[in-house]
Design a protein around this ligand. Structure first.
Ligand code: ADP
Ligand code: MN
Length: 177
């Protein structure tokens, strides 16, 4: 496995909106001092999009601009990337791909209380039911680096952060010639 010689690993945390990516990544970055990159925020801050999707009420992300923006940091290593998509990042960027998953009824309540409704709510619940992000992760990365983690309760979050902290602490650079 090529890791480009980085001294610290890069982790991708993906999953349907509301599964707890940002909460998990914030706690994890506090625990192990990796850089938390919230791609949705970055897209808004740096205008890395091609306008607004009226139906799904979100920016239409410009994947090339996002990848160009992140390349140097990813080469350096030590990043936790937080995004509800994973198929457009270069495969070589990541040492671990985490897919957070949440029970459908719990997710429904979380998204409703976030103000999601109509097609946006239905689309996201279906995304979770059909395990779209898990399939996308498995199709885009080596299966042995993809880790599906349940994120229903706050205890799940603590357990996931502990597990990932341990994973990072055990990670060693590959010294391929
Ligand atoms: P995402 O970044 O995947 O959209 P967030 O981290 O923003 O998700 O979480 C969405 C909401 O759900 C927040 O209010 C958060 O506190 C709550 N939440 C997320 N994961 C869990 C969990 N495992 N247990 C309890 N609440 C959670
Ligand atoms: Mn988020």
């Amino acid at each position: 496995m090529a890791d480009g010689g980085r001294a610290r690993p890069n982790i991708l945390v993906t999953g349907t909106p509301g599964t707890g990516k940002t909460t998990t990544c914030s706690l994890l970055s506090d625990a192990i001092r990796l850089r938390h990159i919230n791609v949705g925020e970055l897209v808004r801050e740096k205008d890395l999009h091609d306008g607004w999707d009226e139906e799904f009420e979100c920016h239409i992300i410009n994947e090339d601009l996002v990848c160009d923006e992140l390349e140097d940091k990813m080469e350096e290593g030590g990043n936790i990337v937080d995004y509800h998509g994973c198929d457009f990042f270069p495969e070589r960027w990541f040492d671990c791909v985490v897919v957070l998953q949440t029970d459908n009824s719990i997710l429904h309540d979380r998204l409703s209380s976030r103000g999601y409704m109509g097609p946006k709510l239905i689309n996201n619940i279906e995304c979770e039911i059909f395990q779209v992000l898990l399939e996308e992760a498995k199709a885009s990365y080596a299966e042995d680096i993809v880790m599906a983690l349940q994120s229903d309760t706050v205890e799940d979050i603590s357990r996931n952060v502990a597990k990932l902290t341990e994973w990072v602490n055990n990670w060693r650079p590959h010294r391929s010639s």
